[in-house]
Design a protein around this ligand. Structure first.
Ligand code: FES
Length: 116
């Protein structure tokens, strides 16, 4: 395991990733609710570059014929088939065992470090 400085925290855009490459692996860094998360830019479904997908919200559980949208800015939607992933946990929202591959992110004095 190695802890690598990858970016300045201020370089991570709102509602979008900062894409970095570490040892040939492309990783998207996101800021959600003031916390940083790093996900490999490969969708666990069919390997799309998931980090170019939209950061959005999703439909919340509701009764039949009721539609409630929420969690804006917490969901990553894959650009190929629309699978939605929780940006905080990497979990697929439909409850499959598929999930994004993540890396721990630490911030110190405005510098972001990823452990790979
Ligand atoms: S490749 Fe991401 S949803 Fe299919």
């Amino acid at each position: 395991m190695a802890r690598i400085a990858v970016a300045k925290a201020a370089d991570v855009p709102d509602n979008g990733p900062l894409l970095v490459t570490v040892d040939g692996v492309e990783i998207g860094i996101y800021r959600v609710g003031g916390q940083y998360y790093a996900w490999r830019n490969v969708c666990p479904h069919e390997a799309a570059p998931v980090c170019v997908g939209m950061v959005c919200g999703t439909r919340l559980p509701s009764r039949v014929y009721e539609y409630h949208y929420g969690r804006e800015g917490e969901i990553l939607r894959c650009p190929w088939h629309g699978w939605e992933f929780d940006l905080k946990t990497g979990e697929h929202l439909a409850g499959t065992r598929k999930r994004l591959k993540g890396y721990p992110v630490e911030e110190e004095a405005g510098q972001l470090y990823i452990t790979v």
